[in-house]
Ligand binder design. Structure first.
Ligand code: NAD
Length: 354
């Protein structure tokens, strides 16, 4: 298992260090894990003048999987766009052909009170959001700011999806649903957008190959509402890049803390980039208070999706559960009666539970 480790910026190095502890413990137990570090984002800009340095690109291409912390920081906010940390993220996703972003939103029984929704709405919640990651308005050309004939300036972007892009992510969606509750809800804005009408047509066609999966369609505005009204109605939600960006953050909050949520971004051969759903949290960086569990759970996803080691994935997930059952909490998930610990202590506790 050759793993490229990219700590990135902000809390990235702190949380990744905890995931590395877990991988080192697994290696001690006989898994053949090789780890090599490289820079991404602001760290790439600082080290090599590029948010996705050539050395990082080379390493990630040669690796089976990539573990990323997060990128971004105030000090990079005024750089020209190509030098911004997020560009490193967009380029690595595009460069590795990572078109399928899987984000589970699960509520642990121990954390049911951390959700802003009533416990009965979220207890037992287990949904998977599948977001297409390399197309849509985030990559469409032309884009820019132009001056119209009237002399007024105008910002513009282009939304498009090709049939092959929709087909391949739809297959991932139906296959995920087959492994779970066999329900897939495709989210679009087909009442307004032609791109969405086409999306709906292709997803419906792919669905005919998966007769066991119950396919439904929902407009994105309704989906945003249903996610806070009755989130347990969903099993797998399949959607495009921009809608998925927003809905997956919304879904993450159902679980109480963004610090608990892992993600996987996969290519056509299950090579993947694994990272927590949250950002680099510059407001708490360097204080040893960040929650490392999303990053540790990202390693579990890596074991499940890239290395097909469901046993190892379950072992990591069980260790996280056990640690929560012991009452240990980082600040973001702390409640009275539990024990507040820092980032490193949480990592140590998970290794002990493992
Ligand atoms: P954020 O996710 O970094 O932080 C939002 C809030 O959640 C903050 O209050 C933060 O302290 C808290 N938080 C996040 N992760 C936490 C954790 N593990 N433990 C405890 N608390 C946690 O989002 P933001 O503030 O909008 O963005 C900060 C930077 O991160 C920006 O530069 C942004 O571009 C970048 N970003 C990067 C990614 C990524 O690398 N994938 C994703 C989103 C944002």
């Amino acid at each position: 298992m050759k793993i490229a480790v990219l700590p990135g910026d902000g809390i990235g190095p702190e949380i990744v260090a905890q995931a590395v502890k877990v991988m080192s413990a697994l290696r001690g137990d006989g898994l053949k894990i090789e780890m090599e570090y490289a820079h991404l984002g602001g760290a790439g800009y600082d080290a090599a003048g590029d948010p996705f340095p050539a050395a990082t690109e080379q390493l990630t291409k040669e690796s089976d999987a990539v573990l990323l912390g997060a990128v971004g920081g105030y000090q990079y906010d005024n750089l020209p766009r190509p030098m911004r940390p997020e560009q490193g993220l967009l380029r690595i996703r595009k460069g590795l052909g990572l078109f399928a972003n899987l984000r589970p939103a699960m509520v642990y029984p121990e954390l049911v009170n951390a959700s802003s929704l009533k416990p009965e709405l979220v207890s037992g919640l287990d949904i998977m959001i599948l977001r297409e990651l390399t197309g849509d308005i985030y990559f469409g050309q032309p884009r820019g700011i132009r001056t119209l004939e009237s002399g007024e300036r105008q910002g513009f972007d282009t939304m498009h999806y090709s049939e092959s892009e929709i087909r391949r992510v739809a297959h991932v969606g139906f296959q995920s649903a087959m492994k779970r509750g066999k329900k897939l809800c495709s989210v679009d804005k087909a009442n307004v957008l032609d791109t969405s009408m086409f999306w709906r047509e292709i997803v419906t066609a792919v669905g005919q190959e998966y007769p066991q999966v119950e396919l439904s369609h929902m407009y994105v505005d309704n989906a945003a509402m249903q996610l806070v009204r009755a989130p347990k109605q969903f099993d797998v939600i399949l959607t495009g890049n921009i809608f998925g960006d927003i809905l997956s953050d919304e879904a993450s909050m159902l679980t109480g803390s963004i610090g608990m949520l892992p993600s996987a971004s996969l290519d056509a051969n299950n090579k993947g980039l694994y990272e927590p759903c949250h950002g680099s949290a510059p407001d708490i960086a360097g204080k040893d208070i960040a929650n490392p569990l999303a990053t540790i759970l990202s390693v579990a996803m890596m074991m499940r999706y890239t290395f097909a080691r469901v046993d190892v994935a379950q072992r990591i997930e069980a260790a996280v559960r056990k640690t929560l059952q012991q009452g240990l909490r980082t600040g973001d998930i702390y409640e009275a009666g539990t024990q507040k610990v820092g980032c490193a202590a949480m990592g140590d506790a998970v290794v002990k539970s493992l």
